[in-house]
Structures are given as C-alpha cells and as structure tokens.
Design a protein around this ligand. Structure first.
Ligand code: NAD
Length: 520
C-alpha cells in the first residue's frame, strides 16, 4: 500500500479555507457527481483521515472518479466545441478578473499547503495569470490559412479544431501556475479537461475550478480529480482521453510519455532538471552571488528552473563562494505567513529527509560543505519540515549531489578552468531545462546561447522562464514529446488541423477525370 502524505507548511494536516480536508474534497466530488453519500465515504476512510495518511485501499474511488470525470467532460465537449470564440474569450476575461481579485486567497492556499512564502506564492500566481491573459487572445491563434483560387475556382483553407477531452497532470511545486500553463489554453481552444493536481497540494486546483465556474464556464468543461499514480494510470489508459499534458520528475515524465503514446495519445511530458549557472571571470560577482542565492534557495529550491549548480570559471571560485556564503547567512527561513521570511519549509517530511541525506552524501564523497543547512535558525513551528540553505564547494561531477536532481535548498559549486570546460560540463549533463551565464562580455554570451544544449537560456538572468507568448520547455531529459508548454506551441498541442479543398459548382464542369488532382 502506498501512503499518500498530506502536505503542510507546519506539519499539520491540510485543510482549505472552509476547513475541508483533502479527503472531504475527494468525497465531495464523488457526491456531486454520482450521489455518493459523503458521510458514508468519510466513514470508510475515517481511520485513515485520523492518521493523516490515505492508503491505496481507497483508490478504487479514484478510479471511478477519473472514469466519471471523463464521461462528464466527454458530454460537455459536444457543446463546448461549438461555443463561439466570443463566448470562450468572455469566460477567459471574466476568469482573469476573478483570479486577480482572489489572488491573495489563492496565495494563502499555496503557502499553507506547499510552504512557499507568501510573496513567492504571489509571484507564482502572477506568472499563471499571464497565461490566462494569453488565452484571452485565442481567436488570433486559432486562425487558419486561406488560399483563394488554388486551382481555378477552388479555394483551400485550414481549420484548427479542438481534440476532445484532454488530461492535465501537474506537480506539487507550482500548484497554481502549472495548471494555469495548460488549462486556459486547452479550454480556450474548445477542449474539455480532466485536471489531476499533485496529491501533495491539491486545493489550488479546486479554487481555480470554482473560479472558472463563477466565470461562466459550462459545467463539465473543467473537472478536477484527486489522487496519485493510480489516477494518472487511469488517465493514461482511458480510451477517449485524447491528449495528456504532464509536468513532474523525469522518471515519471518518461513513463507518462511512453504509456500515453502507446495508448494512442498526444503527450507532452516535462521532466526534471539540473540547472547550471556559469559565472565568467569578467562577471559582476555581487550580481552573480545575488542571483545564485535567489535562484538556488527561492521556494526552498523546489523549482524546476532553480539554479542547483554554479559553474565558477577560474579564478572567480573563492571570491564567489565567499559572497554566496555571506548572503546565505542573512536569509530568513521560516513560516511563509510571517512577514520577512524569505524561504519556507520543504513540502513533506519525507522530501525533507531525502534532501537532508545529500548533505552527508556530498561530504562523504569529498565535496566541501561550506554551509550546513541543518544549522540555520528557523522562524517557525518545531514540527515543520525545515532545512536551511546548504552550500557545497569543489563538487565533482561523479558525486550524487551533482548527478541527482535534489529539488531542495542545496547549491553546489563546480570549478572549471575555462569557458570551454564550462560548456562541456553543461552539455554533458543529461538534463537541459534552463541555464544562465553571468558575464559582461556580449560575445561570450552570444556564443553560450548558441552552444548550450539547453531549452531556456538566461543572460545575466538566473531563472529565464519565458513569458506566456513564448513557449516553455527544456531539451534532453527535461522534455519528452515535441511540443513545449504554453504559448504558441501550447496552443498547437491542443488543436488538430484540417485542410479543406472547396469548389462551389458553377454551371460548367469538366466531367470524370481519374488522374490525381492537380492545380489547373
Ligand atoms: P512527480 O513526478 O513525483 O509527480 C508529478 C505528478 O505525477 C503528480 O501529479 C503525481 O501524483 C504523479 N505521479 C507521481 N508518481 C507517479 C508515478 N509513479 N506514476 C504516475 N504518476 C505519478 O513530481 P513532483 O515531485 O510533484 O514535482 C517535482 C518534479 O517536477 C521535479 O522533478 C521538477 O523538476 C519537476 N518539474 C518540472 C517542470 C518543468 O517544466 N520541466 C516544472 C515543475 C516541476
């Protein structure tokens, strides 16, 4: 049996604004949909609720949830696909206004469940809102082409039509932004959606769905189901779910891509990362140190675009490490609801323990533990899942602190002798999500943007997450499939094209011709 942990900023069981627990949502959805009695379901799982752990023995409920959500979404699709562009964009504009108005409620949910500090949660929501704004302009992106008189009296034009029911499966680390990368575009294109958020922090998706309903989105167009891998498998196997957008760790992304495509689905699966920040000798080292600390420890390092490796090109290593160490000492770690806290806890106790295990592993492998996060003062409840910022120097590429995605507040410094050695190191890494170069040399920056085998590059910008009107995605093991998330490629992913060749009969016609059609 796989226990599902309840996430919490401070070790308590999660509840939403109305005090409902995760399982109450779960039971509530079933109640709304098929008339299960909430009390009855709650009784069945009460013992597990009391321990704060849900066991997979209850997962048959999740199975029926996915089945049901798909049925509802399938029925809704026949109506939603014919909703006019004006109707769809009206919903999107209204949703944008509601989300903007309720952003502080949503931020509180993120902080309570994920643990990131409130200011960071607000930033995540802002980046999600950008994608809603992009989807407001969907009519422009759904235009097809038109060629008048391709052959005499024959016109050829293309249509961009929705796929049907699509699945969206999201990770714990951006519980609002990542659903917003996909859901608005999918819906604006005319699809209906089954959204399965991370079981570690599921409430943001519930609020997003409530706001969509308030914005006038017809019932059944967006359906939220809860659960973990069992729910994912049901989505991947479901014969009528046409496409899956996934974001999560690399092994699961690979599995989702392989299983989904084997089942005939269109799949985009974004995976994990190990992002390198190259610092050249001519860089402004104060700027570079600020960037390394912000991008390494923001959101406790639980960002797919976090900088986890600083590549210090000789001779900057000693000075840069000193500057990073000074900045770490000043960071305030604690409960993200308290003013002034800059970094919160890790998402679960199990994740905190896994991340902490790398501190000994790195030291045992011969890296220099410059700052030990276990010593950092904490401004929060004793039972929280805390680990302060950790800095390793002289990290080798064969050490697990380098080879693994740690996904926590652990920053490694690797020293290299030259720019060429830095590029070689970055390109030898199996991941290729994001990278940054810090330099005052425009020529070197241009070379780097050309030579780095990475999908998103920052020049003196540590977390180069593209704006919503570009697309987001890495290379190599950071993305499976050929469509990146959101922006133009995100829209392409949610539509299929059709080309129409049309002739309106005039009184004369040429009779039977068995030759292959050609333009005349
Ligand atoms: P995860 O892979 O554990 O979970 C992601 C989703 O998959 C969740 O909804 C989860 O319920 C489900 N899942 C988990 N295990 C599964 C399994 N064995 N089979 C089927 N489904 C499963 O990832 P996470 O811990 O929630 O998120 C952190 C990871 O996501 C990191 O690796 C991070 O780099 C990555 N991430 C990548 C991007 C990107 O854009 N490339 C963005 C955010 C996060």
């Amino acid at each position: 049996e796989q226990p599902i942990e309840f996430a919490s900023a401070s070790g308590r069981r999660v509840t939403d604004r109305e005090g409902r627990t995760y399982l109450d949502f779960f039971a509530g959805i079933l109640t709304n949909a098929v008339g299960y009695d909430v009390a009855e379901i709650s009784d069945a799982v009460r013992a597990q609720l009391d321990t704060g752990v849900l066991h997979s023995s209850t997962l048959y409920l999740i199975e029926s949830q996915v089945e049901l959500a798909e049925k509802i979404a399938g029925a809704a699709f026949t109506r939603w696909r014919t909703a006019s562009l004006a109707q769809r964009t009206n919903v999107m504009f209204t949703f944008r206004a509601l989300l903007h108005a309720r952003r502080s409620d949503l931020a509180e949910i993120l902080t309570a469940e994920h643990g990131k500090v409130l200011a960071d949660a607000a930033g995540e929501i802002q980046r999600g809102l950008e994608n809603v704004e992009f989807a407001c302009g969907i009519p422009q992106l759904l235009k097809g082409g038109f060629s008048e008189n391709a052959s005499t009296n024959v016109d050829v034009y293309s249509l961009r039509q929705p796929l049907g029911v699509v699945g969206v499966i999201t990770p714990f680390n951006f519980p609002a932004m990542v659903p917003l990368w996909f859901v608005p575009n999918a819906i604006a294109c005319g699809n209906t959606v089954v959204l399965k958020p991370s079981e570690k922090d599921p409430s943001a998706s519930n609020l997003i769905a409530e706001l969509f309903a308030e914005a006038g989105l017809p019932e059944g167009v967006l359906n939220v189901v809860h659960g973990d891998r069992e729910a994912v498998d049901r989505i991947l196997e479901h014969p009528t779910i046409k496409a899956v957008s996934f974001v999560g760790s690399t092994p699961v992304a690979r599995y989702v891509y392989e299983t989904g495509t084997r089942n005939g689905k269109r799949v985009q699966a974004l995976g994990g990362a190990k992002n390198h920040m190259v610092v050249l000798p001519d860089a402004d080292l104060d700027l570079a140190a600020d960037a390394a600390v912000s991008a390494g420890f923001g959101s406790a390092g639980e960002r797919c675009m976090a900088v986890s490796v600083v590549v210090a090109v000789d001779p900057v290593g000693d000075e840069l490490v000193d500057k990073i160490r000074e900045r770490i000492a000043r960071l305030r770690v604690g409960d993200g609801r308290r003013p002034g806290c800059e970094m919160g806890p890790l998402v679960t106790g199990a994740h905190r323990d896994r991340v902490t295990s790398y501190l000994d592993a790195g030291r045992d492998a011969g890296a220099k533990l410059v700052v030990d996060g276990r010593q950092h003062p904490i401004d929060g409840e004793r039972t929280g899942f805390w680990l302060g910022p950790t800095l390793f120097d002289h990290v080798g590429t064969d050490m697990s602190v380098y080879t693994d995605e740690i996904f926590g507040p652990v920053l490694s410094v690797v020293r290299v002798p030259s720019y060429d050695a830095a590029v070689e190191l970055v390109n030898a890494n199996p991941w290729g999500n994001g990278t940054a170069i810090f330099t005052n040399d425009g020529g070197a920056a241009r070379r780097y943007q050309n030579e780095a085998e990475v999908g998103m590059i920052g020049v003196n910008v540590p977390i180069p997450v593209p704006m919503s009107y570009y697309s987001f995605g890495g290379w190599k093991d950071s993305l499976f499939g050929d469509a990146r998330a959101y922006g133009p490629e995100g829209v392409d992913f949610f539509v299929r094209s059709k080309v129409v060749t049309s002739r309106w009969l005039d009184p004369s016609h040429g009779g039977v011709n068995l030759g292959f059609p050609q333009a005349t």
